[in-house]
Design a protein around this ligand. Structure first.
Ligand code: C2E
Ligand code: MG
Ligand code: MG
Length: 693
């Protein structure tokens, strides 16, 4: 069907008016030739109000129109078509943003314009941009990096702040593995696990903190992630935020340090660094709980310096402080590391001793403490002999709680003071009585050597593999004129405190060697004589020279004797002891470690000491083979001896069963009641004869 001119004009007009775009045709003078209905609606004019008018009518101002002419009219003429967003004015003076296209459609600068209202879209875009800027500003403010890990292409998109946090240049790519490489090796699995949880487990968010290496320093990062899902609920990506919390961590640490400083200040004494009253009471209360369970005793020693006030008055406070610090240091070295030693106030101190099995232990410690009188303290070039009064209260006998115990120990101390000071007193006076009796005994011990009251007993040592007599250990006893035979455990510790141990041991060494050589001369084959050495004898060469002389005088061969030092004594001063032990060893005398297993020796030291033999302590033999701990210890000592190529002997063997267990585990030398108790020389002679027959 062919169309007529008039039909086409009618249809064009319909088309012109049916589009949602506002359409306008202008002439070379920028006057409106034709407008459509939409344009009229858009600007709020009637058609006749617009046609023939200048296009300036659509503009906010003359100025704005001029700009439009430049941007739109002139450009259209040059490029034939343009496309831009511009702000227009309606008849009612309201403004809107329009998207404008323009095209020259005829000669003589006839242009067809289309204008659509994009105000809403424009505002949305502006809002979006603003939001983006806002987000960026917030991220910067709180140092938060954001990122998205796209699961489809495994690409990580990171914000500028994230680059900054990770120390990666803005133009450098961040990948998941490049980030993981710089995470602390211990924290990598945390990060991987977090990601795994987001992908596989049913979690909405994951957060974790980890250490990250940034340019040689460790930073602490807090990371949070959350999946984005498609419509079926499958994860598309993980989006996340990362905070650098290093400064906060630093603060936390600082706070912790401050807390521990506060803890120290409230539990320890400023001057001496010793526990204060508060910590003392805490520890006493814990000790009471333990002792109640284990049915053991505690001793509370209340110590008051007798001369402190006068010293303070005479020499001043600084000297007084110095004195207290020195006393505290010396006393601390005199007690076991596990014992509590606290400063209560001024010149009063408290020592707590737990697991007390024997009252004598307490008096020994006190005497050692009081004995620091032998070591004057130098304060401002003056020699001061410390004097102190000590009061003792025992748990549970003298009180069941910390308050009562401290109060009663204080009362006992007061008693010691009123007795003239520089002494000690038990809260239970009968104990003071027996302690004082001991003091009486001390004076007697000093004379025991001169009065010939000591005797040497001998205990045989046997090799069970071929049933041979190996030798014997010399063990001293005190034949007291009124009290009868006193065992070494009841006077050796006292001899040590009173500095009598060296002359006492010299007497034993001389007496036993003389006897031993005599047996050799008589052809009795007495084997090797074991003699006990005290650590005091290893402090200088005095005893070494003495031993050398005794050997010479009596014509005793070095291989006929051996020395024993207890592990506990040896470890008191190993570096001092090693010198004399080496010299004895060079003479050809063997060295054994006595009571091995009780003294916490360090293996490193054992290697350097000239040792030939370990004596497994009786306490580990007692419960063999029934106590699993003792079994383990005995086996370990034997293995240790074998590995270090040392001989090994077990002491305190009393039963066939103990002996069999030890033989099965590689130890076949024994000393114990199973063969014989320690016996006087004559009985030993008979023993050897019997044995060798
Ligand atoms: P030690 O040197 O470890 O001596 C072994 C102790 O265990 C001896 O006790 C001995 O009688 C005892 N003993 C050995 N086998 C058995 C047994 O089968 N059952 C039981 N119940 N006990 C057994 P003793 O003679 O009372 O000596 C005790 C400690 O006194 C010695 O332990 C030693 O450290 C010390 N001692 C003895 N004499 C002297 C000495 O002349 N000088 C020095 N410095 N210390 C000595
Ligand atoms: Mg011994
Ligand atoms: Mg022993």
């Amino acid at each position: 069907m062919s169309t007529t001119q008039s039909q086409q004009t009618k249809w064009s007009s319909k088309l012109f008016n049916s589009t949602y775009l506002g359409l306008l045709i202008t002439d070379h003078q920028r006057r409106n030739l034709l407008v459509n209905q939409q344009l009229c609606t858009l600007f709020g004019y009637k058609e006749q109000e617009l046609t023939g008018q200048s296009a300036e009518i659509f503009h906010i101002s003359e100025e704005s129109f001029k700009t439009f002419v430049n941007l739109a009219f002139n450009n259209v003429m040059n490029t034939k078509a343009i496309n831009l967003d511009y702000q227009f004015k309606r008849k009612d003076n309201s403004l809107f943003w329009g998207h404008v296209t323009g095209e020259v459609i005829d000669e003589d600068q006839v242009i067809l314009w289309s204008i659509s209202n994009i105000t809403e879209r424009f505002e949305l875009q502006t809002e979006l941009l603003r939001k983006k800027q806002q987000l960026h500003a917030i991220n910067q403010l709180i140092n938060m990096g954001t990122w998205e890990f796209d699961l489809r292409n495994r690409k990580l998109t990171a914000s500028a702040e994230m680059h900054h946090i990770l120390g990666v240049a803005a133009d450098e790519e961040i990948t998941f593995s490049s980030m993981l490489r710089k995470v602390h090796p211990h924290d990598r699995s945390i990060l991987k696990q977090g990601l795994y949880n987001l992908l596989n487990a049913d979690v909405n968010t994951e957060s974790t903190s980890l250490r990250y290496k940034r340019a040689n320093e460790t930073r602490y990062l807090f990371m949070q992630g959350m999946p984005t899902l498609d419509r079926t609920g499958r994860p598309l990506s993980i989006i996340g935020a990362t905070l650098d919390i290093t400064d906060k961590k630093g603060l936390e640490l600082q706070l912790q340090q401050q807390n521990s400083l506060v803890h120290f200040k409230s539990n320890y004494d400023d001057l001496t660094g010793l526990p204060n009253r508060q910590l003392l009471i805490e520890q006493l209360e814990q000790m009471i709980i333990r002792s109640e369970q284990n049915r053991t005793k505690i001793a509370v020693l209340f110590i008051d310096l007798d001369d402190f006030k006068s010293l303070n008055d005479a020499l001043g406070h600084t000297a007084g402080d110095e004195y207290l610090i020195k006393i505290a240091t010396i006393m601390k070295n005199k007690i076991r590391v596990s014992d509590t030693f606290a400063r209560l106030s001024g010149d009063t101190f408290v020592i707590l001793l737990d697991d007390i099995k024997d009252i004598n232990v307490i008096s020994n410690i006190i005497e050692k403490g009081l004995n620091i009188i032998n070591e004057p303290i130098i304060i401002e070039e003056k020699l001061i002999y410390p004097r102190m009064s000590v009061g003792v209260a025992l748990y549970p006998n003298d009180g069941l709680d910390s308050d009562t115990l401290l109060k009663n120990a204080d009362a006992a101390m007061f008693k010691a003071k009123s007795d003239g000071g520089h002494t000690y007193s038990f809260y239970d006076h009968s104990l003071t009585q027996s302690a004082l009796e001991r003091i009486g005994m001390e004076h007697e011990l000093q004379k025991a050597i001169e009065n010939d009251e000591l005797i040497v007993y001998y205990q045989p040592q046997i090799n069970a593999t071929d049933n041979t007599f190996l030798g014997m250990e010399a063990l001293v006893r005190w034949q007291h004129p009124t009290k009868g035979l006193i065992m070494p455990n009841d006077f050796i510790p006292m001899a040590e405190v009173l500095n009598l141990i060296v002359p006492l041991n010299h007497w034993v060494i001389k007496t036993a060697i003389k006897q031993h050589v005599q047996w050799y001369k008589e052809g009795k084959k007495p084997g090797v004589l074991a003699l006990n050495l005290a650590v005091k004898q290893l402090e200088n060469l005095h005893s070494f020279t003495f031993i050398q002389e005794v050997l010479q005088t009596h014509n005793c061969k070095p291989e006929w004797i051996e020395f024993e030092v207890t592990e506990g004594q040896l470890m008191q001063k190993p570096e001092v002891a090693v010198h004399v032990l080496k010299k004895l060893s060079e003479l050809g005398i063997e060295i054994a470690i006595d009571d091995f297993g009780t003294g916490y020796s360090s293996l490193a030291y054992l290697k350097h000491l000239p040792i030939d033999k370990l004596k497994i302590d009786k306490s580990f033999v007692d419960n063999l083979p029934h106590d699993s701990d003792d079994v383990a210890i005995a086996k370990t000592v034997i293995t240790l001896a074998n590995n270090l190529k040392l001989k090994v002997i077990a002491e305190g063997v009393e039963t066939e069963e103990q002996q069999r267990f030890l033989i099965e585990n590689g130890c076949s030398c024994f000393q114990g009641y199973y063969y014989s108790k320690p016996i006087p020389a004559q009985e030993l002679e008979a023993f050897i004869q019997q044995y060798q027959a």
